[in-house]
Write a protein that binds this ligand. Structure first.
Ligand code: DON
Length: 588
């Protein structure tokens, strides 16, 4: 078996700095120790759920005006860019899954699921070793802070692409709520302020970011009104002409600011930016069909891989909080993240063995090798050898999240991001656009961990115009032509396991949407070798038993900020936003 290059010393460093980075970049929400139950919202018609009440309201308004799920998702996404600017926005990128119900059940039996990749791409001038210093070591901050950390943003192009072909209402109408929030201001929350405080030092180094998000370098306080005049103007321009972001005055401002500050993005990079429609990855779990984002996200592949490893195991009989269940899933997670580190990358640059990794026979093999009594030490968990993986053939043809379903049951599940809190901490002067630090999702060097402690290798090395590997997992679950649920979450490396657990909570444990997004979570990602359990969610006996089986258990306060829409048997939409965040569901 090939060994991934992963020196011992590096693994120790990763284990030490990983929680520190997560908290610094604001990916661990300030959630209470024991998570309260989310509020359940019901509607017969349409539903929008996002990470901020004002953004959900923007989408709800569009549904009420006769817009469809695409229109509402676009309006919600632009609003998030204003009211939750630290998490996602027009300076970032993401993925969208769209599910269209069968028009005629005679000719079309299943939902049609399409996946849109509007993730950031590396600039043309990016190089493999761009984050190494003269000693050949990774400069950890260079891919996180400042202009060099920024990937070419895809959000505006992505939203326009899906709207052009599938939207109903005029484009400019969809931006009006966002423009209003930016121009008139909105009250910032505790969550906003805590993230701002953590990134204040970096933000204050960039004059435009400092002007946009601080009061002369001091953080806003909860309840203060944040007015974003430049962003309002930029959104007005995009409302008139979305291309202005790439070929017009906004693009020129970004390129000029980059050139003056050591960034790599040129006007040519912006002009070349193209969203890509991709085939989602879909698989069967029990009677349901689970579809999620394919590479360049690792999310869909590993979600299906873990579901396949669960296989026929009777999880409901085992019980959700049971050590056996947690142990089995943890071992499956370890294998999935080990394979991720070797095989996953931009499919336009490397061959990703999607069919093999999501094949049932490979999963069965992994399942057989899991010792239910003893955790496998991570040093013994290695990515599958290519020659092994080749034996598994496909058996059948086949960092904010928002979910929208309309009256026709058209569904959008969309996760998009600027990566770390407040992205690169850079605002393009005169535009109010906060730029991403998505370049950190590449493997800066083989075996060196990124912000989320994830390691990667050749498949995710930096190259010009390449897309960094993601974990974002927008997901749609259907059965016999009916929608069952749609979900997703932010949370960096924890996204895949969060989405997995929300899906299992609904499909296996028959929870409603509120219970499914509230239930305590656990996470393992192979490296660092830690089984992370949510504080307050697991009994002492369970923790002891997991430790006895060899798991390095660590308790941590809640992570992720999932939301979900679930369709009940009587066809009612039920939705909930993660109580660990401040999101809300709004029915039409
Ligand atoms: O694409 C990814 O996997 C990451 N850039 C997502 C970042 C994220 O979820 C931040 N949340 N805490």
């Amino acid at each position: 078996m090939p060994q991934i290059r992963f020196p011992q010393l590096k693994s120790q460093i990763i284990i030490l700095i990983y929680p520190f980075f997560l908290s610094l970049l604001g990916c661990i929400p300030n959630s209470p120790k024991s998570v309260p139950l989310a509020k359940l919202e019901r509607s017969q018609q349409g539903m929008v759920v996002s990470a901020h009440p004002l953004a959900s309201e923007a989408g709800q308004l569009i549904l009420q005006k006769g817009g469809n799920a695409v229109d509402a998702a676009v309006a919600t996404a632009f609003a998030i860019s204003v009211v939750e600017p630290f998490s996602a926005g027009i300076g970032g990128g993401g993925f969208l899954l769209m599910g269209t119900p069968p028009e005629n059940s005679e000719t079309q039996k299943e939902y049609k699921i399409q996946a849109l990749d509007f993730r950031e791409r590396s600039p043309k001038a990016a190089t493999r070793d761009m984050y190494l210093n003269q000693e050949g070591e990774v400069d950890q901050r260079a891919s996180l802070d400042g202009h060099l950390a920024v990937g070419v943003p895809g959000t505006v192009a992505g939203l326009y692409t899906v709207h052009k072909d599938y939207g109903k209402l005029p484009w400019s109408e969809l931006l009006q709520s966002a423009i209003g929030y930016a121009r008139d201001g909105f009250e910032v929350s505790d969550r906003f302020v805590s993230r701002l405080e953590r990134r204040l030092e970096v933000i204050n180094k960039n004059p435009a970011a400092k002007a946009a998000f601080t009061k002369n370098g001091q953080p806003y306080q909860p309840g203060d009104l944040l007015i974003q005049t430049d962003k309002a103007q930029t959104l007005e321009t995009i409302a008139e002409n979305p291309q202005s972001f790439y070929t017009g005055k906004i693009g020129e401002a970004i390129a000029t600011d980059m050139a003056a500050n050591g960034g790599l993005i040129t006007l040519e990079d912006l002009k070349d930016y193209t969203p890509i429609w991709r085939q989602p990855v879909c698989g069967e779990f029990r009677q349901a069909r689970v579809c999620a984002m394919p590479p360049p996200s690792s999310g869909g592949v590993h979600l299906l891989q873990i579901l396949n490893i669960i296989g026929e195991t009777n999880l409901p009989q085992w019980g959700r909080q049971n050590p056996d269940t947690i142990h089995l899933l943890t071992e499956a997670m370890g294998v999935a993240y080990a394979d991720r580190s070797k095989y996953l990358g931009d499919p336009d640059f490397v061959q990703v063995p999607v069919q093999e990794l999501t094949s049932r026979s490979y999963a069965q093999q992994v399942r057989q090798e899991i010792n239910l009594e003893q955790a496998k030490p991570v040093t013994e968990v290695q990515p599958a050898a290519p020659e092994t993986l080749r034996n598994y053939i496909w058996e059948s043809p086949n960092t904010t999240h928002l979910t929208v379903v309309d009256e026709e049951r058209l569904v959008i599940s969309m996760t998009y991001t600027i990566n770390g809190s407040f992205g690169a901490g850079v605002v393009t002067a005169g535009t109010g656009i906060l730029l991403n630090n998505e370049m950190d999702d590449f493997a800066a060097a083989p075996g060196v961990a990124n912000l989320y402690g994830l390691v990667g290798g050749e498949a995710n090395a930096i190259a010009p115009k390449k897309t960094p590997l993601s974990s974002m997992t927008p997901t749609i679950v259907t059965q016999d032509g009916q929608l069952i649920m749609a979900t997703g979450s932010p949370g960096g490396s924890t996204i895949i396991t969060t989405v997995l657990q929300v899906v299992l909570n609904v499909l296996e444990y028959k929870m409603d949407a509120a219970q499914a997004v509230s239930a305590p979570r656990f996470h393992h990602q192979w490296l660092p070798d830690k089984l992370i359990l949510e504080t307050g969610g697991f009994s002492e006996a369970t923790v002891n038993e997991l430790q006895r089986r060899g798991h390095n258990v660590e308790m941590r306060d809640g992570w992720g900020n999932a939301n979900a829409i679930v369709v009940t048997e009587s066809g009612v939409l039920e939705a909930a936003a993660d109580p660990r965040g401040e999101g809300e569901a709004k029915g039409e």
